[in-house]
Write a protein that binds this ligand. Sequence first.
Ligand SMILES: [Zn+2]
Length: 412
Amino acid sequence: MDKKTVYIIDVTNRDGVQTSRILLPKLAKTMLNVYLDEMGIYQSEVGFPTLKHEVNYINANLKLFEKGVMKSIHLEGWCRALVEDVDLCFKNCPKIKHLNISASTSDILIRGKFMGKKTFSDIVKQMHSAAKRAKELGVETLGVNAEDASRTEPDKLVEFILAGKEAGADRFRYCDTLGAEDPITMYERIKYLSEKTKFPIEMHCHNDLGMAEAVSVAGARGAIESGIDTYINTTLNGYGERAGNADLVSTLLALTFSSCFKEAIPLQPSVNLKMAWKIAKYASYAFGIPIAINQPGVGANAFAHESGIHADGALKDRRNYELYDPEDVGRGQTELVDTGRVITTGAYGGVKGFRHVFDNLGIHFSTDDDARDILELVQYANIHTQKPLTDDELRFIAGNPEEVRMILRTGL
Ligand SMILES: [Zn+2]
């Protein structure tokens, strides 16, 4: 039997942003999609096509993909597993090609949310109809999500999966919505579901017990051992509801360097771990949340040694105290901070300063008039993000003015 593969679906732009007290501007969501594509990630869950303020951003991102600004990533929308939600997704975003539709499957959620008005079979029927509708409307890849799968009896999940499969879905998402799983139980449950259904499974794990990455990779192993492809849902820096989701970089490190998983679970070969530093730092900047000093791979102390025995050992041979190198996660360069005169451009900038900044980025405008259109976009983008625009954001705005104009329109 061929060894199957684990693919990464990053859900920062959906689960990450729906978190209390944190927010991401649509331009930053777009930059994350671009970076995730550059990193070779299989899919980005871009947001909610049913939500009015997401629509222009999602359509602009679909255009960017058509234009080749993003090359291979699947831009996927999330909605409830209801026919009316699927219809609304297509009304708002007719070119959407990838969807995940979600339904609550545990007794406790069905009882607690629907108060006796719906049964498990009603939920399965609704999901089946919604999945069929999505496929009729031209969805190329479709995931059917069981919310609170970890508190749902396995045989009910089998029924849910087989109904999704019959309706034409491509994957099943196992949502450990409350972060209640442990790696051993997850491995066993996923193995059971994989063997019973032979259907690709996504791991969607939360970090309430501090085990989101461990549970995700253990589940992925159960699926791979049963001969099916598998997917792990991640977020940048683990940002997500309550204690967060499985962190993208930590998950990739586990799959690449852990003594067991690197052999047992083949990671999709397109992933470039060297993008880790850049994307994690950008997410931290855009969300306005610092990276923890001890964050795996990208924390300030991830390659720092001070105690006598460790520093001596690391100096003699880095492998004495480091499992992988800073370069493996794209670190090791000195980052310069300008402490002298600096010209920036933004909300209140004029054309001369703007042209100076862009000249330094290697983007030249022949006349002031040529520059003014992009300057106006930069001004609005800066108001939109409420922080200094990064060099990559400035380059992106200059290269894609039409799409940026769409992204900045709220739809109100
Ligand atoms: Zn979630």
